[in-house]
Design a protein around this ligand. Sequence first.
Ligand code: KG4
Ligand code: ZN
Length: 332
Amino acid sequence: MSALTVLAIETSCDETAAAVMRGDELLSSEVASQIALHALTGGVVPEVASRNHLRTLRPVIASALAKAGVTAGEIDVFAATRGPGLATSLMIGLSAAKGMAMGFRKPFAAVNHIEAHLLSPFFGRGGVRPAIGLVVSGGHTMLVEIEAVGKYRLLGKTCDDAAGEAFDKVGKLLGLPYPGGPNVNRLACEGNAMRFDFPRSMLSSGDFAFSFSGLKTSVRYLLQKMDTVPVADVCASFQEAVVDVLVDKTVRAALTTRRKTIAVSGGVSCNSRLREKLSAACSARGIELLLAEPSLCTDNAAMIAYAASLRADAGHANDLAEDIDPNLRLAV
Ligand code: KG4
Ligand code: ZN
């Protein structure tokens, strides 16, 4: 990897993040979470998120540069997330990075947030190589066959809710604090995963598509029937149903395509039960499992810097004409 110094900015949803990477060394990664702000409304209100990005972005960038011991004038490439995400949030980070690139007369790299998640498990682990990528976040659930950087084949994705969205909705149904995912995971550790037999949707569909909205509805119906809710058991049983389908389809994708590596990314890849079951399934079949460390699983700018460096290495690094695209897809 070349030794370019990249400053990356991520503001696609509710985290204001900046990171500095030189070659394959991460010099700093700052994330200012808006969780406390959005907990008040039980979810992200786009205008609130964008106003907060505006307030927070400059200090976050300053802190990323200071921790890296680098000045803005020493940056070779300025990068930002272009999409997908909330338009009013994306605009703030993209405009800031473009403005800095123009001011310092350096290239600007526009990064696809899904591609950045997809590639993040390879960081610090020998670089990108052929693999099956599972992206499981609040907005996406997809299985992708990775050939090389920029060469992807979509095997399947969710037909309705993303896995993280299902965790967040079930957390809300149970009255847990926002965001539901980490709270459901925490309570599930004390619960009985066999207590409720929730559906494993599309487990036998024979393809790599997912569906989680029926599972969320099953949880809602169950809760309506109960006076006292055994919260930990509901969390554990729900989590087990999500994890079973994710693990089964991901391992099957690797076996079908004869890929020997599985790379898992996105916020839901922090889930302890998913990590545990995937590790067991992969080691039983001699498959290498790449899991990003938890701070690189949820939204962060280090993954944006890594994707920008890989793109710069492949010769794409001046995208000043690129605008935000809230509905951007992975190019497959
Ligand atoms: O990747 P991410 O930060 O943002 C998106 O691009 O969507 O993912 C956020 C999602 C949320 O739905 C959150 O509840 C979920 O990841 N999440 C988890 C856990 N930690 C975060 N879901 C289950 N278990 C966790 N430990
Ligand atoms: Zn994300």
